[in-house]
Design a protein around this ligand. Structure first.
Ligand code: MN
Length: 246
């Protein structure tokens, strides 16, 4: 049996002028393609109310948190900065409920870009609402080049899940204007850009499988072996975890 992985979806409200009044539930196709290529069965969870999080989590083996809107600063006790962009409180609340359910059930979570940020906030961490608010900013984190192009380097902690995959460094793309400020308890940083921002984390205990990356491997799967390799390794980890818990 292939592992079933729930991808947290989004709503597109401006799909095209012709369909202005027709919101679309979706996830970027790269996530679907990458998980299928890795041998998993992806399903997409539409944004839903918090009370449905439990049943959704129970219906899958593992979770993938996708990219998207800014996380609302109201969730970490701040007012919106002038540089804050589009947010969705509804999505934030549903995703935080899913994250907590997955944690309670020890189900693996791969958190990408916004996914890493919302995971951090769900457990009490905070964010820079815009990278310009980070005092040591020295790297372009919203790259001008196309998404399949690696834009900056990341130093990786060798003794980590990501370290087994990448060794001590990786070249990644970068499309985030928000970033982790204080990391939540229960998580440990395992990747940093050269200006010192946290670009990856994992859970600090051995019990939970949580991998968060600030970059977008799903946009590089066609021309970067390590990008598809991350999804391959995640699905393998989910399969191993499933065997252990049966
Ligand atoms: Mn970056």
């Amino acid at each position: 049996m292939k592992p079933v992985i729930g991808i947290l979806g989004n709503v597109l409200t401006n799909f095209s002028p012709r369909y202005e009044s027709l919101p679309i539930s979706y996830t970027p196709h790269g996530f679907v393609e990458a998980l299928q290529a890795a041998g998993a069965l992806p399903v997409i969870f539409p944004i839903s109310s918090e009370e449905n999080a439990r049943q959704y989590v129970k219906s899958v083996d593992a979770i993938l948190l996708a990219g998207g809107q800014d996380v609302s600063p109201l969730s970490y006790g701040e007012e919106p900065h002038l540089k804050l962009q589009d947010t969705s409180l509804e999505r934030d609340q549903f995703e935080m409920a899913v994250i907590k359910e997955a944690w309670a059930e020890n189900k693996p979570v791969l958190a990408i870009c916004r996914g890493l940020q919302i995971f951090n906030v769900a457990f009490g961490g905070t964010l820079y609402q815009d990278v310009s608010l980070y005092p040591s900013l020295g790297v372009q984190h919203v790259q001008e080049s196309t998404p399949e192009t690696a834009a900056h380097s990341v130093k990786i902690k060798e003794d980590s899940w990501l370290g087994q995959l990448y060794g001590t460094s990786a070249h990644v793309n970068s499309y985030h204007h928000q970033a982790i400020k204080e990391l939540a308890e229960g998580l440990r940083p395992v990747g940093w850009s050269s200006d010192g921002l946290i670009e990856a984390f994992e859970s600090s205990d051995d019990q939970h499988i949580t991998i968060g990356v600030q970059w977008h491997p799903e946009l590089m799967i066609h021309n970067n072996k390590a990008a598809q390799g991350l999804f391959d390794a995640y699905v393998k980890t989910v399969i191993d975890w499933k065997k252990k818990t049966l």
